[in-house]
Ligand binder design. Structure first.
Ligand code: SF4
Length: 242
């Protein structure tokens, strides 16, 4: 292997500022955003983070059409529905994803901080930290940039996200920042993507079992997450990963 080739594999590239990339990509299609991320960052240093939730298949489909070998990071918190784990496996097969990495919390951390598995009730922020935020930071260590599926139409703190953000020392690409719910649905229809198995049971947004409930008619799609609490985000998008 040449010296240049070795560097391409092992050394993260110098990346442009997020604001510069956002200026260029703010009106780009999701596929164009992912293609640009791939070109700028390189596959060895780029990951897509997916919950394999109710809208995840659309982003995974767009990514698979660009490059199905981009690493996909999936946070297996230990509290997920079996339906989500099955959906991960089904989509991985259907879309031909070749590098899905299921990341679990460290056993020693769980034994120390959540031995009775009741932290979700007593301190959900701490629970999310040890089951999502810390595992994601660990999983992203080899990567210089990551892709995720947040949309502005989801509202709350997501209502004004840009297409490219700075996340600590990493770049964070939001290819769906500008898309509408109808465009997401169109991707499902045209690609014949299966819905998450729990959608038929009334779940519009699916996370961990203790913190997910069905949405009522007219409710925001994330209303069923952490119902009855002020919490609306798990922390992976509000805590820098590095
Ligand atoms: S969503 Fe609930 S169960 Fe899952 S990590 Fe956060 S607090 Fe814990």
């Amino acid at each position: 292997m040449s010296v240049i080739a070795q560097q391409e594999v092992s050394v993260a590239p110098a990346l442009p500022p997020a604001a510069t990339l956002d200026d260029v990509l703010r009106h780009a299609s999701p596929a164009e955003v992912i293609s640009a991320a791939l070109k700028i960052v390189g596959r060895e240093h780029l990951a897509l983070v997916s919950s394999f939730g109710t809208e995840s298949a659309a982003l995974l489909k767009v990514m698979a059409d660009v490059d199905p070998a981009i690493p996909v990071v999936f946070l297996d918190t230990g509290w997920l529905f079996q339906e989500t784990l099955d959906y991960r496996d089904a989509l991985t097969r259907q879309l031909g994803l070749t590098d899905v990495r299921s990341i679990k919390p460290l056993e020693e951390t769980l034994s120390r901080e959540d031995p009775d598995k009741e932290l979700w009730f007593s301190d959900p922020d701490a629970c999310c930290r040890i089951r999502k935020v810390e595992p994601l930071a660990r999983a992203l260590k080899p990567f210089a940039a990551w892709i995720n599926g947040r949309k502005r139409f989801q509202g709350g703190v997501r209502s004004d996200i840009s297409v490219v953000e700075q996340d600590g020392s990493r770049l964070k690409f939001n290819p769906f920042a500008n898309v509408s719910r109808e465009e997401i649905e169109a991707i499902y229809t045209s690609a014949n993507l299966p819905p998450h198995p729990l959608v038929a049971s009334g779940f519009l947004s699916v996370g961990c079992m203790p913190c997910t409930s069905r949405s009522e008619a007219g409710e925001d799609e994330r209303a069923g997450r952490w119902r009855g609490r002020s919490k609306t985000e798990c922390g992976i998008h509000t805590t820098p990963t590095s």
